[in-house]
Design a protein around this ligand. Structure first.
Ligand SMILES: [Zn+2]
Length: 443
């Protein structure tokens, strides 16, 4: 594995800011500037007729210069000066990096595979730029069987070989630690309860669950060792051998679906938080996920992110037309009045809807998964109001998992009859008319 020089890191400074936007078009303009927008909130406008917004974003010094030039006003969120090392030390109890020996995500996955050989199988589906393994865990009864769909058609007739498959992917975005926690806790929940809990046992007997806890292992690890608020992968965009704010590709804008459709849904600028890469599927991390999905026949997929209390489904690239499967998505995700996930920490429901409204995205995983791979997919943005410095509090992280478990299990249980999805909120897909859902935000 020689030939790749290890880049030097200069610890680029990133901070969380709140920007005032006096209209919806001002929000779109911010997105068009390539700003790394984390959340958009309604705020009091200058008068009763005009809705204003507060845009929460992660910015570099050059982003701030652009904002200043555009005459915008912003405030810096508290605590952003905290250095990565301090964060990593504070994170010792709940969060772990990818690499940390023994307790890091990589070693945890190897340990689980060793402990539960009958119901788990760990596969390396590719390698990141820095040659970290892209790990996918398969959970099902007889998981070590040959993973060959051909057996479904004229094979030995063993039902185990043609179980429907579902996929969970977490942490395309490096700093979204709670997403990886969700994936790891789902793995632990399924392994611990198989054989004792009827629902889990039945699920693993009938369905094949695949979980990728870290879709961006380089970036994720970097948020523990260097820069807590890093979002992208570690592509050295300008080839100068140093990782700076000019580097990294936003893996959730790199997929080959409407890639580079416009500069609002993704950016062509190296230093932008939403830099889409030099070409569609240019990044090894993207290629690993694409090739993996094309080798399988997933019925559904969920992509986990933080934050915003959202359940988003296609399309992200435009907001005028709902997708053909809108009734299925709606049955799974629920409605504003009756959402599939309720946030116990904030005492409010998640907001389900189409992935594009106030600003759009292109080249993201969910749109690609649905349009190119034919897999209906949801993006979940976990609990709101803690941004990327979610407290290092075991009970709180477990609450996020508990809140989201029913939605995760229901989507898996829908795989056997996708046209009649299991709705965690009791909505039947066939009863739903095609009505566009418009109350939502981009991912
Ligand atoms: Zn994200």
């Amino acid at each position: 594995m020689a030939g790749i020089a290890t880049p030097v890191f200069s610890d680029p400074e990133l901070k969380m800011v709140y920007i005032e936007a006096d209209s919806a078009s001002a929000v779109r303009k911010l997105a068009g500037m390539g700003l790394d927008i984390a959340a958009v909130r309604e705020a009091d406008g200058p008068d009763a007729l005009r809705q204003a917004y507060r845009v929460e974003a992660v910015v570099s010094a050059s982003d701030e210069a652009v904002l200043r030039k555009a005459g915008l006003k912003w405030t810096v969120a508290e605590q952003t000066g905290l250095r990565a090392t301090a964060m990593a030390t504070a994170a010792e109890t709940v969060y772990h990096s990818f690499d940390e020996p023994g307790v890091g995500i990589k070693d945890q996955l190897y340990d689980i595979a060793e402990t539960y050989p009958r119901i788990t199988h760990l596969e390396t589906i590719g390698y990141s730029i820095q040659e970290r393994p892209m790990l996918a865990m398969r959970l099902t009864k007889n998981a070590d069987d040959d993973d060959d769909d051909d057996d479904c058609y004229g094979g030995d007739g063993d039902d185990d070989d043609c179980k429907p498959q579902v996929l969970y992917v977490a942490t395309h975005h490096a700093r979204e630690w709670v997403a990886t926690q969700m994936a790891m806790r789902l793995i632990k929940y399924l392994t611990a309860n198989y054989g004792s809990d009827r629902r889990v046992t039945r699920l693993l007997r009938t369905t094949e669950i695949w979980i990728i806890p870290v879709a961006n292992p380089d970036g994720y690890n970097y948020t523990f060792t260097n820069v807590r608020l890093w979002r992208k992968n570690l592509r050295d965009n300008d080839g100068d051998g140093v990782i700076t704010n000019a580097d990294g590709v936003d893996l959730n804008r790199n997929f080959d679906s409407r890639w580079a459709l416009d500069n609002e849904g993704s950016s062509r600028v190296f230093g932008s938080g939403t830099y889409r890469g030099a070409a569609p599927n240019s990044e090894p991390e993207t290629q690993a996920v694409v090739n993996f999905m094309q080798r399988h026949d997933f019925k559904f997929a969920i992509s986990y992110h933080t934050y915003g209390n959202l359940i988003l489904y296609p399309w992200g690239w435009q907001f005028r037309t709902p997708s053909f499967d809108d009734p299925i998505f709606l049955a799974q995700a629920g409605t504003d009045e009756n959402p599939a996930i309720y946030d116990s920490l904030r005492s409010e429901g998640y907001n389900p809807g189409v992935g594009a409204d106030l600003y759009i995205t292109n080249g993201d995983f969910t749109d690609w998964s649905y349009a190119a791979a034919g897999v209906p997919s949801h993006t979940v943005e976990f609990t709101d109001g803690y941004d990327f410095r979610f407290p290092d509090d075991e009970a709180m992280v477990q609450t996020v998992f508990d809140d989201s478990l029913e939605f995760a299990l229901s989507v898996a249980e829908s795989a056997r009859h996708p046209e009649r999805p299991k709705s965690p909120v009791g909505i039947a897909a066939e009863d739903i008319n095609h009505t566009p859902v418009t109350v939502s935000y981009g991912s």
